[in-house]
Ligand binder design. Structure first.
Ligand SMILES: C[S@@+](CC[C@H](N)C(=O)[O-])C[C@H]1O[C@@H](n2cnc3c(N)ncnc32)[C@H](O)[C@@H]1O
Length: 274
């Protein structure tokens, strides 16, 4: 079988769950991330038994990143599994904003709340190698993944096992507090793809419809004892709750910016008292 024939086979087989462009994209990611191959239509493929078994998994809705066990984020590949959210491109925009804000005067301390794969603190540690970077999550399994990524990418970050919904004090302050917490309401499940709903951890995704901003309340409560005087909070937010989230931050912070992502959706909040 040639790669061109295999590509067509992928598109036909995946038709029931992905559209043609998505299937083609998945095929190219699969070739590159699993076998390190570029698409050369006339080349013949080997290992068809492995490929067909992976294709069956894809057909059942398992995300391509769980099959290749890697996801690209910002500048690096991160190991991912069923215990961590697959890093999203929107979150890369948050990294870019922080990088630009601190290009002349790097922060000395950063903490990421709800770190999952560790993609945020590890990317920031690579940008600001002298910063003390910490990362917190309630999921021990997610922290294990973050530890693997920190080791693979040669970054020294402190991992903290802690439930953000409980009161706690780390007895330290941070110049940058960043969080991409769970923010999808149950009522938004209908518009979500099966591969997210069935295979990504609900702990990382969902909040109660009637308490959708709970994690932002907790970030604000954490910041009360843990943000330096001129520190800044950066959060990824639910695009449908931009104004509500901004209003919440304005109860504690003087300057609150609602920032749109590249698709024009309300996606980030930046809050500071200066
Ligand atoms: C939306 S994911 C973000 C993961 C990663 N930061 C990223 O951007 O890809 C939210 C993360 O918050 C963690 N989390 C959920 N509930 C939490 C809690 N009560 N305390 C601390 N972390 C929590 C989840 O385990 C998950 O890793």
């Amino acid at each position: 079988m040639t790669l061109a024939e295999l590509k067509q086979h992928f598109i036909t087989e995946l038709e029931t769950i992905y559209d043609k462009d998505e299937s083609e994209q998945i095929f190219l990611i699969y070739l590159e991330d699993k076998f390190g191959l570029q698409y050369t239509p006339h080349n013949k493929v080997e290992k068809l038994d492995v490929i067909f078994s992976d294709l069956d998994k894809l057909k059942s809705g398992i995300p391509i990143q769980h099959i290749t066990e890697k996801a690209f984020f910002y500048d690096d590949f991160f190991f991912v599994n069923q215990h961590t959210l697959i890093p999203r491109p929107e979150t890369e925009e948050l990294i870019e904003i922080i990088k630009n804000d601190y290009v002349k005067n790097p922060p000395s301390s950063i903490i990421d709340l709800g770190t999952g794969s560790g993609c945020i603190p590890i990317s920031l540690k690579k940008i600001f190698p002298n910063a003390n970077v910490s990362a917190l999550d309630v999921s021990e399994k997610a922290l294990e993944v973050a530890a693997i990524n920190a080791k693979n990418l040669n970054t020294d970050i402190l991992l903290i096992h802690q439930n953000l919904l409980e009161d706690f004090n780390l007895d330290r302050k941070f110049e940058v507090i960043i969080s991409n917490p769970p923010y999808i309401r149950n009522l938004e499940k209908e518009e979500m793809h099966k591969n997210v709903l069935d295979f990504e951890p609900h702990l990382a995704l969902f909040v109660e419809d009637d308490n959708a901003l709970i994690f932002y309340e907790r970030v604000i409560a954490f910041a009360e004892n843990h943000l330096t005087e001129n520190g800044v909070i950066y959060c990824e937010i639910n695009q449908y709750l931009g104004e509500e989230t901004k209003t919440l931050f304005l109860t504690k912070y003087k300057n609150v910016q609602l920032i749109k992502d590249i698709s024009g959706n309300d996606r980030m909040i930046k809050a500071t008292n200066n």
